[in-house]
Each structure stands twice: as C-alpha cells, then as structure tokens.
Design a protein. Structure first.
Length: 255
C-alpha cells in the first residue's frame, strides 16, 4: 500500500532529509587516508545526536540479514556495492567510498547516499561515480506527476547501460516515509509507461548502483551484509529522497 504524504508531512520529511544531508557532508569531509570506517560511523552518529534524531539503520534486520545492522552508516569501499559494515579498516589513497545514511526525525525518515574517492582518484572511478550521479539525476527528472515507476527505472537504466556498466540484480529504490522501506519498489532498470502512476504526495528513495565490470552479479561477504561484485570490479552508489509534487520533484535530502 502506498501512502500519499500531505504537504505538511513532506515538509517534515525535508527536515529529516536535511539531517541526512548534513551527516553525509560531514562524513565526506572527515574521510581521509588513515581514517577508519568506525571513525566515520562516529561522525555520522554525532550528527544524529546533535539533531535529536535516531537511526533507521542501527538494529535494522531484514529477512536476508543474519544479524541486526550494527551501525548508523553503511560504508562500502571499492568492490563493495552497498550495505558495507563499518569496521577497523583504514582508508587508503585511491579508495572509492560509497556512504549510505538515514535519519528519523519526529517520526519521518530520510535516506541518501553518495560516492567519492579518497586521495588521488583514478579517471575510471570518476567516470563511474559521475555515471551514478547522472543516473540519479535522470531518475529524478522522470519523477513527475503522471509518469510511472517504469519511467524512472528506464531513465536510470538507460544511463547506466549506456555507459557499459552493470546494475546489481534485484536492488533498487523504494518508497519512504514513516518507515525506511515502503511501497512502491523503484527498480534501476525497466520499461517506460509501466508500473504505478506517480501522484502528488508520493515520496521515493531513488538510488542507482553501478558496477564497473559490466556484470550484474554480486555476493554477500562473510558479515552477511556487505554486497560485493563477483568480478572484483569497483562499484558506485548515489541516492536521494524525492517527493513527487505538482510543482515537480522535490529533493528532500539535497546537500
């Protein structure tokens, strides 16, 4: 069931989204050679505390997970696509880092992700990240009243496939509101004109993921959470929480 949010509720979700935006900015600024992933998680935790917000990630346990998620931040490095668990690993020059973060504020949730390179970037990494960001922008551009979910999926998939990249099979965006994951699902590849029609008041987390090697396959790491590319190639992830409005898409997690 899809819940249509009121304009007042969308404003409240914007407040939650801005906590997410501040945390992602703070984490990216803190990420440097020698900094551990646990230290980045603590930076994000500090933003939550300052805002009086809580984490929808910490303790989250979907059906596939062997244990509850132990952190407030997902940090996926190099061949990790999503759901990376922060640990003692210390960042190295040239690491490609994807960070995904959510915040719950006064009962409403925001969710966003970005990717960047620590230290000296490879041209291939910048192209990969740029493609994820262009795919996100294309998906947001299709998130207008009267379009369908398939129009968002097609826009994302066209950018990713056009660049020669893989799209992790079975993963994509989702509705969001009182809970982090709500209906409808938002695939990262699809056909125009298919799926649910978009209406004012729908709020979606749109999140393309791209795999450099061009394959869609992945596997779970021993921690049961981190998803890694099967071919060992690098991956990038970009995400925003977006409200569908009569005035056009409103990015609630804009940084």
């Amino acid at each position: 069931m899809v819940e249509l949010k009121t304009d007042t509720s969308i404003d409240a979700m914007y407040a939650a989204g801005q906590v997410v935006a501040r945390a992602l900015t703070a984490v990216q600024e803190a990420a440097d050679v020698g900094v551990s992933l646990l230290e980045l998680d603590e930076v994000a935790h500090g933003v939550l505390r300052e805002a009086g917000a809580s984490s929808p990630f910490l303790g989250y346990r979907p059906s596939f997970a062997p244990t509850p998620f132990p952190a407030v931040l997902c940090v996926s490095v190099n061949d990790a696509i999503v759901h990376g668990v922060p640990g003692r690993y210390r960042l190295r020059d040239g690491d490609l880092v994807s960070i995904d973060f959510g915040a719950e504020l006064e009962g409403w949730v925001g969710d966003s992700a970005l990717s960047f390179v620590v230290g000296t970037p490879r041209a291939a990494d910048l192209r990969l990240i740029g493609t994820a960001e262009r795919a996100l922008a294309a998906g947001i551009g299709a998130a207008v009243v009267g379009n369908r979910i398939g129009d968002i999926a097609h826009a994302i998939g066209t950018v990713c496939r056009g660049a020669g990249y893989g799209i992790p099979d079975g993963f994509g965006g989702h509705g969001i509101g009182r809970r982090m994951h709500e209906d409808p699902g938002v695939p990262n590849e699809g056909r125009r004109g298919r799926g649910m029609r978009l209406r004012h008041g729908m709020v979606l987390a749109i999140e393309p993921m791209v795999v450099e090697g061009g394959t869609d396959d992945y596997h779970a790491a021993p921690d049961g959470w981190t998803l890694r590319t099967n071919d060992g190639s690098r991956a990038a992830h970009a995400e925003h929480t977006v409200a569908i409005t009569d005035a056009g898409p409103r990015i609630l997690t804009a940084r």
